[in-house]
Design a protein around this ligand. Sequence first.
Ligand code: NAD
Length: 727
Amino acid sequence: MAEYVRGAPEVAVIRMCNPPLNAISDVTLRALKEKVKHANIDPTAKAVVICGANGKFSAGADIKGFSVGIQKDTVSMESVVALIEKSEKPFVAAIEDIAFGGGLELALGCHYRIANMKAQVGFPEVTIGLLPGAGGTQRLPRLIGVPAALDMIVTGKYVPATEALKLGILDEIVEENPIEAAIKLARRISGQPLGPRRLSLKQTPQLPNMKAFLSEALLKVKKQAPGCLSPEMCFRAVEASVYLPFAEGIRKEKELFRLLFTSGQAKALQYAFLAQRISEKWILPNGASWKTASPQPIRKAAVIGLGTMGQGIVVALVKAKIPVVALEKDKKHLEIARKAIKACLERETLRMQQKGKTLDIHKAKLLHFTLDFGALKDVDLVIEAVFEDMVLKKEIFCKLSEVCKPEAFLGTNTSCLDIDEIASITNRPQQVIGTHFFSPAHVMKLIEIIHGQHTSPTAIATIMKLAKIMGKCGVLVENCFGFVGNQLLNSYNEQTYFLLEEGSTPEEMDKILEEFGFKLGPFKVSDLAGLDVGWKSRIGQGLTGANLPLGTPPCQRDGKRYSPLPDVLCEQGRYGQKTGKGWYLYDKPGGKTAKSDPWFHNFLQNYRNVHNITTRTITQEEILERCLYSLINEGFRILSEEIASCPEAIDTIYINGYGWPRHKGGPMFYASEIGLPQILRKLQKYAEANPDIPKLQPSPFLQKLVTLGSPPLKNWPSLVRAQQNKL
Ligand code: NAD
C-alpha cells in the first residue's frame, strides 16, 4: 500500500500504491505513516519524495471507508500530514495528474510541491457533504490567501496545474516526469531551513477589508445550495484560519467536520455520487450490458428543430467539440435560431475561458445551419427536437430513413411519446433511441435514454458514451408514456393542483417546497417551463379540449379526480413567463420575477365556488407529504414495473433533471431514510381521505417492502426480479 525505495543517493521515495487512483484507505494511511517514520530515522536519507503509483498522485480519501464512520483506533490523516510537515528532512510532493482531497492535504503537508503539466488539484469534499478535514482548510488559506482558498474549498472545483502554479499551490510544473524533477529538487534543497516552508507556522494573509469580504462571501455561499450545510461549514473553517492560531483552527476544522459527518447530509451526498456511477452500469433483461456493448464514435451530429430544446442541444454538442448540422423548417425560424445559438455560444465561450478552457467555434467549423435534409447524409447521429406531435415526428423519421447513412443512429427528444411507434416507421428500428434532454439543454446534466423494443445495445452504449463526452449523465430507462422523470413529476404536479383547489396558494406551496430544498417551487417551475406544454399533452391524451367526450364531469376523468385548473389558465392565454402571466404575474412577457397576482387569487376563489369546493386550512406537513410521498409512491410503481432498473437510477434522474435537492439524496433514498412504514402509513391515511385519487393508493411494491421489514435500498431490484419470476 506504500513502498519505500531509493530515488537517488540520499533521497528516499515513498510511493502510495492503491490502484487505480491511490485512494487513501485506512491501510494506505497506516503504511504511509510507517514509511514517513522510517524516512525520518533513516540515516542514509537526507530528503524524501512522496508520489503515487501508476502515474497518479492520489484521488483522496477512500469514499467507501466513510460508511464505517469515525473510529477511535484509525490513524488520522491529519496526524500523518502533521508528521510530514514537522519532519527535519525536506519532503517534496511529486504530483502526477491528480491531487484531490486527502491527496492535496498530504501535498500541503510537504515542504515543496512539483506537478506535471496536465495535473489538477482540488478539494472536492464539499460535494460529498464534508470539508477537507486534515488541516486543508487551515493550510490552503495560509498558502494562497482567503479569496482563492475559499473559491476552491467552497465550490470543490479542480484547478489545473498552470493556475495552481500562479496561485502558489505548486512550486514548479514540469513537462517531464515530476518524480524525477522532485528527486532533483530534493537533492538541491537538502540542508536548507524548513521553517518558512511549514504552512502551519505562517499567518493567513490579511486583506484590508477582510470583515466585509467575508460577510459578502458568506451571502454568496448561502445561495450556492440552499439548505445544504457543507458549503457554509467549509466557509466557517476557512474563516477560522483568519482569526484563530493554527492549532485552534485545526480544532475548529475537526468540530465542523464531525458536525457534517453526523448530519445525514454527507450520507445523502455520498449516496448521490455513488448512485450516478451505479446508474451508468446499465444491463438489459437479455444480458447485454455496458460491459459487452461497444459504443460507436459520433464524429458529426445533426439536430432537427431549433426551438427551446434544439438550440440547447446544439450548444451542448458544440461545447463537446462535435460538429453539428442544425436544421429548421423555414428560413425565418432558422435565422432566429442562428442568432440565439450564436449568442448562447458566445456566453459559453466566455464562461469556458474563465475556467481556463478554450472553445473556438469559428476555427473548428463546428456549426452548419441548413433547411436541406440532404445535408444529413454523412452524420453519425440525428437528434430530433421538433414539436411534440407523433404525426410530425413520424414524417421526420421517415425522411431520415431515406437520407441518413444506414449506420447512423436516430434519436428523439420526445418527452413522452412512444419510441417504438416512432421507430416502426424507419428502416432501422435497432438504431432508434430516445434522447430526452432537459431544459436548458446546454446546462442541465441529465439525459434520460430510452430504449425501445428493438434498440440495439450498440445504440445504447453510443448514447451513454456521448452523454459522458458532453459532461452529462445518461440514465437508461424503459419505453413508456412519460418515461421515469415525467411520470414522477405528473404525480407531484397533480397533488399541487388538488391542494390549490382545497385551500392552499401557489405562494404557500412554492415556499414550503423551496424550504425543503428545491431551487424553485412547483408553480414557479410551471411558469418557467410553460403551462402550454402540459396542456398540449393533455389535449393529445383527450383529457381536455375538443376531444373530451360530451358530458364528462369537469373534475373527473374515468371516475378519478381531475383538476381542470391549469387547462382553464391556458384557455385564458396564461402560459407562464412567456406570456407574462401564469400562476404568477410578470412585468412583461418573458419577465423573470414572479409577483403574486390578485387576479389569480380572485379567479381561484370563483373557481372553487363554481366547483363547490369547500376550502380548509392545510398544514405544511400535509402539503409536503402529499406532494413528496405521491411522487415516491410513483417511484415504487416504476421500480416494480422495471421501467427504471434500480432506485439509484430514479434518484439520479430526479437530482439531475428535476431539481431534487442533492443533499437529500433523491426521492427513493429520502423514502428509505424517513422509513418505509412511515411513508406507507401516511399514504394510507391520505388515500382514505381521497379515495378518488389513485396515485395516493400505496404501491403494492412499497407494501411488500414494508412486510419484508424494509430491506435496504440496494436490495430492492433483486426483490422486484424475485416478484417477476414468481408471476
Ligand atoms: P419548440 O416549439 O420550442 O421547438 C420546436 C422547433 O421545431 C421549432 O423551432 C419549429 O420551427 C421546429 N420544427 C417544427 N417542424 C419542423 C420540421 N418539419 N423540420 C424542422 N424543424 C421543425 O419545442 P421544444 O420545447 O424545443 O420541444 C421540442 C421537443 O422536445 C418536443 O418533443 C418536446 O416534447 C421535447 N422536450 C421539451 C422540453 C421543454 O422543456 N421544452 C423538455 C424536454 C423535451
